[in-house]
Design a protein around this ligand. Structure first.
Ligand SMILES: [Zn+2]
Length: 134
């Protein structure tokens, strides 16, 4: 993955995302990147790699589906967040319950255009972890 730092004013970041993946490239909003420490960066790369893989599987149509279908966007984000959770479980001592709660809050917010309720997002993350055998 190649990392790029992009101007805060770029329209890609209007909805509040701090990082966006296009194929093998991760575009970071400059002000967001500056606040990240090393371990934040690692976790974001774990997340964005999932989107890179998803995009690679279905091609350019991924972006249209992601923007216009909240159901699709949710499925893609649950996959990426679940991967992030697995990474945290393997590499940190952070409380799983508080991680899930924090992620569900993000998933239900403006950045993802209010695609899901916090409760439903929590449920989906837990289901996904169970599927992975946790
Ligand atoms: Zn994502």
């Amino acid at each position: 993955m190649k990392i790029h730092r992009i101007s805060n004013w770029c329209p890609l970041f209007w909805f509040g995302a701090g990082a966006i993946t296009l194929g093998q490239h991760i575009l970071f909003k400059n002000s967001y990147y500056e606040k990240l420490n090393r371990s934040d960066l690692v976790v974001i790369i774990v997340h964005e790699k999932v989107h890179s893989r998803q995009q690679n599987q279905i091609g350019w149509i991924w972006f249209f589906k992601y923007i216009f279908s909240s159901k699709f966007r949710l499925s893609q984000e649950i996959e990426a967040y679940a991967e992030q959770l697995l990474f945290y479980i393997q590499n940190t001592e952070k409380s799983l319950a508080s991680l899930i709660s924090r992620m569900a809050k993000q998933l239900s917010g403006r950045t993802y255009m209010y695609m899901v309720t916090k409760e439903r997002a929590e449920q989906l993350l837990i289901e996904r972890l169970k599927e992975k055998g946790l």
